[in-house]
Every structure is written in C-alpha cells, then in structure tokens.
Design a protein around this ligand. Structure first.
Ligand code: TXA
Ligand code: MG
Length: 555
C-alpha cells in the first residue's frame, strides 16, 4: 500500500484520444499507469524518471535485480539508450518492430535509472498495439514497463486481470481489449553474428532465423537454473507465471491423460488444463487453453487459463503438453515454469526405487518406517490410504456395506470400524471377503500415491503396508523388507497402542498370517524386539544392501 496508507482510486479508461492524452500526461508527470500491448498488459512509467520506475517495483513486489523493458514508439528513440546499435540489432528492429521482440544491448552511460537493475545492458522494444504506441508517443518519452501483474502471478491479458492485481495500487488502467499474442515478447541478446533467445515469446525462433541463422537458446529457457547460476536474463531465475495451485504437465495422448487424471482424482480433488473441445472427456473440473497443436491459439489462452485454474478449487492441476514449435515454444516455456518443471512422460513415467515394508501387527513397522523417512525415503502410509478408501461416499465403502450389511455403517453412512472389526477379526472367512473387496481399491490409491511421489521427483519410496502381499501391492515394489518381533512383544504393543483388551488383542494376532508367511515372501528381515541399538544396526546393514540393489537397478 501507499506511503501514509492512502488508498488510490483506480480508474479504467477507454482508449479515446482524450483519455490517451490524459494518461500520457500522468505518465510524463511521474505517475505509473497500466497500458495494453499486443503481448500482455504493461505497468508503465517514464523510463528516465527514477522515482517513478521505483514505484513499479514497489507496486508489483518485483525483485530489485530484475530489470524492466524500455518501450519506445519510434525506432530513432533507441539511440538514446544504447552505446551503439549493432547491424544485427538494427536488422532485427527493422524486421520485427513494431512487434513482440525485445532486444538487449549495451546501455549508454547517459541512461542510469533502476530500469536496468544495475546491469550494463538495456532491453528495448517497440510494441505494435496502436494504443500502446499512441500513449508512448503522446507522453513524449520512453516507458519502462514490466507485465502489469503482481510479481509471481501470470501476466495479465485482459483489463480484468490487471484490475484484479492492481486495483487500489494505480490510478489509471487503459483498456485495450484482449491481448492478441497472449505471451510476452521474445527477449534476445545479440552479438556480431548470433542471436541468443533469453525468453521465447511472440516472435518465433524460426522467424529470428530468417534474419540470422545462428540462433541459440539460453540455458534456463527449458531447464531449471540453480540459484547461484549466472543468468543472462534475471527474470529466468524467478518462479514466474505460477498459479497458487500446483501444476503438473502430462506428456501423452488424451486417453493416457484422462486415465492418469482419473486415477489421481481418487486421492483428492484435481483439475485439468486441456485443449478446446476436450473438457467433455474428463470427469474433473477443467479449463481449456487453446486449440491443440495451434501455438498461437494456446499462447492467447494460456495466462487466462492459469488464472482460472486457481478458481477450480482443486489441490492440483494437470495440464496437457502444449505444441512446442512456433509460438508454442513460448507457451511450453511458460507452462514449464508454472509447473516448476514437473513433467510426467506418460509413455515412460519416472519410477522411483520402491521398497515395501510389511510385517505382523505390533512388529514395530512404524519405528522402522520412521528410520526410512530419515534416510530420505518418501513414505506412503498404506494404512492411511486404507482409511481413505472407506471414507464416507467412497466406492469401496458401498461395496463393503453390500457384503456385510448396514450394521457396519453408522447412521450418518460412515464406516463403523468397531462393528466391522468384531465381524472380521473373529472370522477368517469374513476377513478374507473383506480383503477381496477392499484391497483392489487400496492398491489403486497406492498407485496414485506412487505417481504423485514420482511427479515430485522422489527417488526412493517406502510402501508401509501391513497387507502388502495380500493386496498384491508387493508387485509395485523393487524389493520387500519385513519386520518381525516375538509374540509377547507384539501383544503388549497393540494393547498399549489401541487400548484394547487382552482377548481382542489375541484375536487380532490370530487373525494374522504367521511369521513364516512374511519371511518366505520378503527379501530382507528386520527384527525389532525393542532394543533401539540392535534395530539401528540391522537397519544400517539393510540400507547398505538396498543402496547396492538400487545402484544395480539404475545401471
Ligand atoms: O511483452 C513484453 O515484453 C511485456 C510487455 C508489457 O511489453 N513486458 C514484459 O516485461 O514481459 P517483464 O518485466 O515482465 O519481463 C521482462 C524480461 C525479464 O525476464 C527481464 O529479466 C528481461 O526481460 N530483461 C530486461 N532487461 C534485461 C537485460 N538488460 N538483460 C537481460 N534481460 C533483461
Ligand atoms: Mg513479467
């Protein structure tokens, strides 16, 4: 907010001659104003007025080391800002201006405002939007303007987006309609005989090659840059264009996409960002962002869709992979950033090393599981998933009620665990039937959780599952470890843990598979009779074997 907490009244102006002259005057007097361009809306101020430019950084919450673009309305203005205009820069300007190309060159010593954030270069572009050009021209100066979003939000492509972000923060927003291009300008650096794309955008690599065949793509356009890495374009460092909801790109066809999304939707509310005409094929909340394989259309719809994704009320959004050629390359670059580089190849999804952990109840799996967590394993608690599987309204619960009758439900329709427990822990047949009904649902949830861990780049996963073998989830594992303990130890543990009688506890132990069952099917065994030190030693030994196994698998 303003100094002295003064609330600013924001007005939206239609681009009449009179309004353009008025806003241009405000800008000349040191105000900031949001203006349309053909790419995205910009938050403009007089490039020569240091105080005004500082306000842009303040309003956006923009990091101080991220420089702004200088917008000009005539090519001759360029010489005021740069040391000298190289022949290649001149050729690019001639070919693509006015239009969505920004050219970075050595800056002139005369130009020293915070526009350049302390760099010795300056980025310049001449927009083609008639309203932008009219405002720049009427202001009699050049305008520094980043995109008119709050830092970290998707760039605004409509006047409503600008208003959402800047209401109460700026006096004037000029309505120029929907931005035609929809993604920001292409930013290039030039030297004697090559062009480096620092940020892909409205002018494509193919178009640049028409002027100079030697076009390089800067590191950081398609890969995540390390914090400490030197970047050519500071903007690349920041997690741009991100909605609040995590985004994951799925690379595959529509059938694979909808199967994957459907599977993940069983874990929680997920949404999808798809192509026009595809929303009908998915059973989750959707937004669409353009026509499939049409980069121009996807560019025009991308930022609106990213903003809309936050309104879906979901915990995760899966996006279709955009076209990667032409302007699609810019769409791909923005979406990669929105997804924090999380991409799943649906033909060959990344598979973490998966260890199954099982054993009789009371054997002390949880303690061992905590050891794995400390050793950087992502732990999937299958007991918890088993509870999710029978939550009120879940398909597994309906199936169970059908088999065992409404006595296993509370009056509100949720599961009466105690009642079901009494039925199955004293009757092996009943327990078997329960497992047959419930386990397939649980395995689906386990698979979804595994995919989720893979999406997040997990390298090691532990499936902590009492019924690992019964469910068949052992088939999802690279190897299996079982935990065993003497019967008296297990009995004491479950009585203390669950607060049940001696008899109930014994019933539970009797309903379980014998120890040999686990030993026969597991590759490793850990004995946990209660001594921390002994357990630690066994665990360390097994970890060495698991590491060796993983390396073998990776090789
Ligand atoms: O289409 C656009 O370029 C829009 C409209 C409003 O013109 N503007 C825009 O500005 O996208 P902004 O500030 O959101 O992005 C400017 C990008 C940033 O990635 C910044 O790091 C880079 O340009 N940049 C600016 N000056 C630079 C310089 N001297 N060297 C390298 N990169 C620079
Ligand atoms: Mg921006």
């Amino acid at each position: 907010m303003e100094k002295g907490k003064k609330e600013i009244k924001t007005r939206i102006y239609v681009p009449s001659k009179k309004n353009i002259a008025h806003v241009a005057r405000l800008l000349r007097e040191g105000e900031v104003a949001a203006i349309p361009t053909e790419t995205v809306y910009g938050l403009a101020a007089d490039a020569w007025n240091d105080a005004a430019v500082r306000r842009i950084f303040e309003i956006k919450g923009r990091p101080q080391d991220n420089p702004l673009i200088v917008h000009i309305s005539h090519i001759s203005q360029m010489t005021q800002f740069v040391m000298s205009v190289s022949p290649l820069a001149k050729a690019l300007a001639k070919r693509f201006w006015p239009g969505p190309l920004t050219i970075v060159q050595r800056k002139s010593d005369r130009f020293c405002t915070c526009v350049t954030a302390g760099l010795d270069t300056v980025a310049i572009r001449m927009p083609s939007h008639p309203v932008a050009r009219a405002i720049i021209s009427a202001s009699g100066t050049a305008l520094a303007a980043p995109s008119a979003n709050l830092s970290g939000k998707p760039s605004p492509t409509t006047v409503q987006h600008v208003y959402e972000d800047l209401n109460g923060k700026v006096r004037a927003i000029v309505d120029g309609g929907k931005c035609e291009v929809g993604v920001e300008s292409t930013v290039v650096a030039v030297d004697a005989d090559s062009i480096t794309v620092l940020r892909p955008g409205g002018i494509t690599v193919e178009q640049l090659k028409e002027v100079c065949p030697n076009v390089k793509i800067a590191k950081g356009v398609l890969e995540h840059l390390d914090e400490r890495e030197r970047v050519l374009s500071p903007g690349m460092k920041y997690k741009h264009y991100a909605p609040k909801t995590p985004v994951v790109i799925l690379d595959g066809d529509l059938t694979q996409f909808s199967e994957y999304v459907e599977k993940q939707s069983r874990l929680g509310r997920v949404g999808a960002m798809v192509f026009d005409g595809e929303t009908g094929s998915l059973a989750v909340p959707c937004v669409s962002y353009g026509v499939k394989e049409d980069g121009l259309s996807e560019a025009a719809g991308l930022f609106r869709a990213l903003r809309a994704a936050d309104e879906l009320g979901v915990s995760r959004v899966y996006a279709r992979m955009p076209a990667k050629d032409g302007v699609g390359f810019a769409v791909y670059n923005r979406l990669l950033r929105a997804a924090a580089f999380h991409v799943v190849d649906l033909d060959a999804p990344h598979k973490p090393f998966v260890v199954g952990l099982t054993g009789q109840t009371g054997a002390g799996k949880s303690t061992v599981s905590a050891y794995f967590a400390k050793a950087h394993y992502v732990v999937i608690d299958c007991d918890r998933l088993a509870r999710t599987a029978v939550e009120k309204g879940a398909p597994a619960l309906a199936a169970i009620a059908e088999e065992f009758g409404s006595q296993v439900l509370h009056s509100d329709g949720s599961l009466n665990r105690a009642a079901l427990g009494r039925l199955v822990f004293s009757d092996k047949q009943a327990l078997k039937r329960l497992n047959e009904i419930e386990l397939p649902y649980i395995v689906e949830l386990i698979q979804a959780k595994l995919s989720l861990a893979a999406e997040e780049g997990a390298r090691f996963v532990l499936l902590d599952a009492p019924t690992l073998f019964e469910s068949g989830a052992d088939r999802l594992c690279d190897t299996v470890v079982c935990v065993t303990a003497e019967e008296s130890v297990r009995l004491a543990r479950i009585k203390a843990r669950d607060g049940i009688t001696d008899e109930d506890a014994k019933n539970r132990l009797n309903a379980q598979q014998p120890e040999e069952f686990y030993l026969q099917k597991s590759a490793y065994r850990i004995v946990n009779n209660g001594s921390e030190e002994a357990l630690r030693q066994e665990f360390d030994k097994i970890m060495q074997s698991l590491d060796a196994l993983r390396r073998e698998k990776d090789a």
